[in-house]
Write a protein that binds this ligand. Structure first.
Ligand SMILES: [Zn+2]
Length: 336
């Protein structure tokens, strides 16, 4: 509708913009969410170009860059929350999810609930509510405690990311930790999404779900990290250093949270296992006509050894091989 008054033309609009917030007559904030999501999406696209999952910045840097997108999405939150509709909120959450995935170097298939926990980035709706509370005068520390409590309830009652839940049950110690960054390999273990036979078989990438290294089935993340015979010696060595009887899903995170050195020791163990599995998977894919593997007999075990140094600060370690795998590329270790 157009109205003319004293020579001026006034056109009616579906929404008006005031102090950066787009307001619609019903206060559903659909237009505002669309605009905020589009702007944040543009920023997100630029950021993802400098945040590859592998060999990109560390998690702390990733989270700082992610706050740029979060700030854009939450602009004016005290005004539009909680009136905003679920549909409008979902538009912004879709962009936020992309930042969370990059923040924790996670695969796109990881559930929303799990990636939020692994990245340590609270759900967007809870952040908006926190902004509203602090705007009303509640202390930021109090508002953050309330957010963590609400998030814990959501996490306890979710049916998504249950493997991650088994590892990280209590959010508060995980979120308040003073050390420990989530690397690409650690994120794969925390979410259970990677070159695990069970996962690859589910997506039709392998014929069966057995472990290519020890033939056990199913080959899930629990088998790879906590059970696989191929990495028994590495686990025993790590347990001695960590002074624990056994590493299990139920004590992994608590062990890592004890100290910076314990975090690094577990992270290093996970890195070794994952790198070895990746190499084995690549070899299997590249080998024409199938995998080239030889099971080493007991008398020959002393003659098939590896020298490994996955961290430049650690000395070289010597390991015996149970299975020898041949491929077209060199493995990430020096064999003697
Ligand atoms: Zn195995």
């Amino acid at each position: 509708m157009t109205v003319e008054f004293k020579g001026h033309r006034f056109e009616s609009k579906k929404a008006v913009k005031y102090l950066g917030v787009t307001i619609d007559p019903r206060l559903h904030f659909k237009e505002h969410a669309e605009l905020a999501a589009k702007r944040a999406s543009d920023t997100c696209r630029h950021l993802t170009q400098i945040l590859p999952n592998l060999r990109g910045p560390r998690q702390r840097t990733r989270k700082v860059l992610a706050t740029v997108v979060t700030f854009r999405l939450l602009y004016g939150a005290p005004f539009w929350f909680p009136s905003i509709t679920a549909e409008a909120m979902h538009k912004m959450e879709a962009v936020y999810r992309r930042v969370m995935l990059r923040g924790a170097s996670c695969y796109r298939t990881v559930s929303h609930d799990a990636v939020a926990v692994v990245s340590g980035m609270p759900p967007l709706a809870l952040l908006a509510e926190e902004r509203q509370k602090t705007h009303e005068g509640i202390l930021k520390s109090v508002a953050r405690e309330q957010l963590t409590s609400r998030w814990q309830t959501v996490w306890d009652n979710s049916n998504k990311g249950r493997w991650t839940y088994r590892l990280i049950r209590e959010l508060a110690p995980w979120l308040k930790r003073q050390h420990g960054e989530v690397s690409f390999h650690l994120s794969q273990v925390l979410t259970g999404h990677d070159c695990f036979g069970e996962y690859l078989h589910r997506f039709g990438k392998t014929e069966n779900d057995s472990c290519a290294l020890c033939r056990a089935t199913p080959d899930g993340v629990e088998h790879a990290i906590f059970e696989c015979n191929a990495f028994h010696h590495w686990r025993v060595e790590a347990c001695v250093y960590l002074d624990v009887d056994q590493l299990m899903p139920e004590n992994l995170i608590n062990t890592m949270l004890r100290s910076k050195s314990d975090w690094q020791r577990v992270s290093s163990l996970i890195g070794r296992i994952m790198v070895t599995r990746e190499w084995e998977e690549r070899t299997r894919q590249q080998a024409p006509g199938g995998v080239r593997e030889i099971v080493v007999n007991e008398p020959h075990l002393p003659y098939q050894r590896l020298l490994c140094q996955f961290n430049s600060n650690e000395p070289y370690q010597e390991y015996k091989m149970n299975i020898v795998t041949f491929g077209q590329k060199s493995p990430p270790f020096i064999a003697i």
